[in-house]
Design a protein. Sequence first.
Length: 368
Amino acid sequence: MGNESSTSYMSRHMYEMLTFDAAIGLAVMTGKGSELIKFSYPYFEVGPMLVMKEKPEPNQVFSFMMPFINDMWCTLAAIAVFNAFLIWLVEFRTGHESVGAIFWFPLVTLFYGGHRESPRNNSTYFVLAPWFILILVVSSTYTQSFTSMITSSDTEASPCWLDIKNLKKTNAIVGCDMKHSIMFQYLVEVIGIQKKNIKHIAQSSFDNYAKALSTGIIKAAFFWTPDDRFFLAKYCKSFGNPNCNRHGSSIVFQRGSSFVNEIPEAVLGFKQMKEEDLDMLSLSDCSSSTSDGTMKRGIGPGPFSGLFILSGLASTIALLITVFRLLRRGWERLVQGMLMGRGIWVWLSTLFCRNQRGNQLQLQLVRT
């Protein structure tokens, strides 16, 4: 049995195909060829199929929160409140300002360095320096991620050729099983993808494909049919394939061959078994993430952990210094109060003694 995927080969060499018992591929049915060979029904859907990561829907009420996961937002909120409280503690210890200014100044100082009221304490600058660096990095990352999210078009609405054109234009990395020489040759010679932009991933390892697509290592993956259908059945929530046309592959036999009735029956039985397996897989809950949990809705605090630690450490040191100063000033006032109270008591005692002596002298003068 021969296996040839080239349509032109079957069209030009039909007489030579008499040396094979059967051939599978994209064959052109012609009247001249029908005199020598017999064509079966197109049993198989063949050809490389494109699979890409699903893009989030932009029209969502809380889509602005999607670039970061909940842990990231909670961490940012916690450190912002802590820094605001610390700046208030450092800058407004006298208590003469209004309540509105007390709450307004820390927030404005945290997010706008050009506020008309400059910090009056060096500890405030010590807190703000790492915080500004953190805000700069986080805001730039958020802007880039959110802009890319809302400007990208939906994968399902885009035709296959447009996605392939974008992949070629941006020199995106695509994944395929390079052990299959036909697949690699098809991507390079037919589609026109550069060899350096093709990454080898074993076709049998669906989890590796899902991990590479979710983390951005590859932008698209090419599967042989029906492997793409099994992959999408398992990861239906996260990936999809554009509107690509599937081509049917027929089996070509010599006229009078004994395989004309046997092979189609075996193929139909095998195809039915595969369809049942695919239906069973589709009925199960498809996965929205890989087995090791690497697929995420957005960016977490992990990439910014160093900046978070630096900002938190600076704020903690500033808090300890501020608390130490407050305790020292409170102790000094307490000591001063005690000394002042003791001084008043000594003065009163001295004054009382003087008055008592004066009274005694007056009494002695009167008696004399």
